[in-house]
Design a protein around this ligand. Structure first.
Ligand code: GUN
Length: 284
C-alpha cells in the first residue's frame, strides 16, 4: 500500500482559521513587523507571502525592506525602535542577512516577547526546558501536521536528520517535549541508514535533494520531508525534497514537496504572532 499523502494544505488552513478566530478575541489587531535586508529573491518572496497571509487572518503587518548596503548599526536601531513600540506585537528579521551583517547580535537584540520566530536564546532555552511560549515556526508546524493526521508521538522513536538552528535542533526539542524518544542524526552520523530505520517518525531537514532513499526507512514509518531544494529538470525549475519519492512505497505516511511542510511555516508564524499578542496582554 503506498504511503498516505500527508498534505500540508488542510493543516495550514486549520491553523490559519484558528489564528483568525483568536484575533477576534483581542482588543485590537495584532501587529507584525517583517524586516528584510538586501534583495535576495527567495527572501523577498517569503516576506511577501508572510505579509499577505497576515492580512488574510486579520493581523496588521508592515514590511521594512532595507537596502543591501544597510549597516549592522542601522538594522539594530530599527529593531530597537520596534522593540520600544507598544503597538508592535511581533518582530521577524528574515534570514539569511547579507554577509557583512553578523546575524547573532541582531537575533539577540529582538525582545524575546516579540520574537515570533522563536530564535532568541531565551526562547531557545525555554523550549529545551520544556516551557516554551514561542516555538520556531517550521518544527511547530510539523507537530501540528502530526496532530492533524492523528499520528501518535509519545513513546515512539523519532529520528531527526539535520541539526540546523531553524529546523533540526528545535524539532528534536519539541518532539522530546511531546514524549518521543529522540535521536538527532546529521552529516557525520555513522551508518545513517541503520539509525533512520529505527524511526517511527523520521523528520528530514538536510537540504540535499532526494537524500533519504527507501532502504533507509522502516516500513510503515511516518516520513516528514522539510527539504526545499531548487533544481533544474529539462531546463525547467523544479522544487524537490530531501526524501526520494520512492520512499512512498515503504512509508506509512509521507509529506509531499511541494505542498507539505512548506505551507505550514507561514501559517504557524500567524499563530505565533497571535500568541505573542495574547502574551503581551497577559503580561501587562
Ligand atoms: N529563513 C528561512 N527560514 C526562516 C525562518 O523561519 N525565519 C526567518 N526569519 N528567516 C528564515
Amino acid at each position: 500500500m503506498p504511503a498516505l499523502n500527508l498534505a500540508g494544505r488542510p493543516v495550514a488552513e486549520q491553523l490559519l482559521a484558528r489564528a483568525a478566530e483568536r484575533v477576534q478575541h483581542l482588543p485590537r489587531a495584532p501587529r507584525l513587523a517583517l524586516v528584510r535586508v538586501g534583495d535576495d529573491p527567495a527572501s523577498e518572496s517569503y516576506v511577501r507571502s508572510k505579509d499577505k497571509k497576515a492580512h488574510q487572518v486579520g493581523i496588521q503587518s508592515e514590511v521594512h525592506a532595507l537596502a543591501e548596503s544597510t549597516s549592522s548599526a542601522e538594522l539594530l536601531a530599527l529593531v530597537e525602535r520596534l522593540n520600544a513600540d507598544p503597538g508592535v506585537d511581533g518582530i521577524l528579521v528574515q534570514l539569511p542577512l547579507p554577509a557583512h551583517i553578523d546575524e547573532e547580535p541582531v537575533l539577540l537584540a529582538i525582545n524575546p516577547a516579540k520574537d515570533v520566530d522563536g530564535f532568541h536564546p531565551v526562547n531557545v532555552a525555554q523550549m529545551w526546558a520544556g516551557r516554551a511560549r514561542l516555538n520556531p515556526c517550521t518544527p511547530a508546524g510539523v507537530l501540528e501536521l502530526l496532530a492533524f493526521y492523528g499520528i501518535p508521538v509519545a513513546g515512539r522513536r523519532a529520528v531527526v536528520v539535520g541539526r540546523s538552528e531553524i529546523v533540526g535542533r528545535p524539532m528534536a526539542a519539541m518532539l522530546l517535549g511531546r514524549d518521543a524518544t529522540v535521536t538527532i542524526a546529521h552529516s557525520r552520523t555513522a551508518d545513517l541508514g541503520a539509525v533512520t530505520r529505527e524511526a517511527d517518525i523520521l523528520v528530514v531537514a538536510v537540504g540535499r535533494p532526494q537524500f533519504i532513499t527507501p532502504e533507509m526507512v522502516k516500513p510503515g514509518a511516518t516520513v516528514i520531508d522539510v527539504g526545499i531544494n531548487r533544481t533544474e529538470v529539462d531546463g525547467k525549475g523544479k522544487i524537490v525534497g530531501d526524501v526520494h519519492p520512492d520512499v512512498a512505497g515503504v512509508a506509512g505516511g509521507l509529506t509531499p514537496v511541494p505542498g507539505g511542510v512548506g505551507l505550514l511555516t507561514v501559517a504557524q508564524l500567524m499563530a505565533n504572532t497571535v500568541t505573542a499578542a495574547e502574551l503581551r496582554r497577559l503580561d501587562r
